[in-house]
Design a protein around this ligand. Structure first.
Ligand code: FES
Length: 323
């Protein structure tokens, strides 16, 4: 986790050109993005995502699912969300070869740690961050398996690529075999093994539950939607000190830290505003944070070094941030 005080300074924005659009399955397209003038794109590592800042004003996060060694292009896989509010439907309906898209990032809340053994679990479009992870694990000679679940094979993207890995990959189409047997997969903690999981909230909750007996730090999750909505009912006002700006502010019960900081003229960047993307991560100097995000691990929450200022608040009445 970064502890940078200036969330705006480390965000790179760029206009990229859609070089190819490919239908990867029913409901999933991939976009190949390149920089104009054949410039190199920023480096990234498996697990990273970028924001697409769409012309209709929607900002959405998508995992990079190509090859990190390819500095000429990025690949994103995008599911048409049934309840789309203008993000994925815009991409599916309006983005074509030659479309220019503004991007921000890359950013990585789901980095792949070194390990001799991995259990990868993906549900649906959650396969996207896992693709470069298994390539990296494979290249490093790690022992790994992937269990990839989806509604049906027709809906599951990138099956052709995954075929190259043989029986390390288990495809679990629900209309053929039902749901993954997580008890069999995760019932007994395995030594020196990391579990990486991305997919719908129900799958992540179930995996989290099965991994409760695993060593701390073994499980790594990435959520696409907030785990639990922040409850506003018992929110209280608190004092907010900004170390670098020298400001002393009050966060009222009905506003977020992000809103108050922004209104005070401090340059902060947010994207999802529901605690899932990590864009607004901010260094904490003092005070006990009431963490309400879906990004930080239990250990990171305990460290109390950073917080997501779009949703998290304060338990101690007074909070000091690096900003
Ligand atoms: Fe996405 Fe705060 S803006 S976590």
């Amino acid at each position: 986790m970064s502890t940078s005080a200036d969330t705006a300074a480390r965000e790179v924005e760029a206009d990229l050109v859609v070089d190819a659009v490919r239908q990867e399955s029913d409901g999933v397209v991939s976009l190949r993005l390149i920089a104009p003038g054949d410039r190199e794109l920023p480096t990234w590592a498996p697990g990273a995502h970028v924001d697409l800042m769409l012309p209709n004003g929607a900002v959405r996060q998508y995992s990079l699912c190509g090859d990190p060694a390819d500095r000429a292009s990025w690949r994103l896989g995008i599911l048409r969300e049934p309840q789309s509010r203008g993000g994925s439907s815009f991409v599916h309906d309006s983005v074509k070869k030659g479309t220019v898209l503004r991007t921000r990032g890359p950013r990585n809340n789901f980095a792949l740690a070194d390990s001799p053994r991995y259990r990868f679990i993906a549900g649906g479009i959650g396969i996207t961050p896992i693709l470069p992870m298994i390539a990296a694990a494979h290249a490093a000679g790690a022992d790994w398996t992937l269990h990839y679940g989806g509604r049906s094979r027709r809906s599951m993207a990138f099956l052709d690529e995954l075929g190259a890995y043989g029986d390390r990959v288990t495809v679990l189409a629900a209309d053929e075999v039902g749901l993954p047997d997580l008890d069999a997969l995760l019932g007994s903690p395995e030594p020196d093994t990391l579990v990486y999981c991305c997919g719908p909230g129900g799958l992540l909750d179930a995996v989290e539950q099965r991994c409760a007996a695993w060593p701390a730090g073994a499980l790594h999750l990435e959520r696409f939607a907030a785990k639990e909505p922040a409850s506003a009912a018992d929110d209280a006002a608190f004092e907010l000190l900004l170390q670098e700006s020298g400001l002393n502010l009050t966060v009222p019960a009905d506003k977020s830290v992000f809103e108050v900081v922004r209104e005070a003229g401090v340059n902060v960047v947010g994207s999802c505003f529901e605690g899932v993307c990590g864009t607004c991560e901010t260094g904490v100097v003092d005070g006990e944070v009431d963490h309400r995000d879906s990004v930080l691990s239990p250990a990171e929450r305990e460290e109390n070094e950073v917080m997501m200022i779009c949703v998290s608040r304060c338990r101690s009445g007074r909070l000091t941030l690096e900003l």
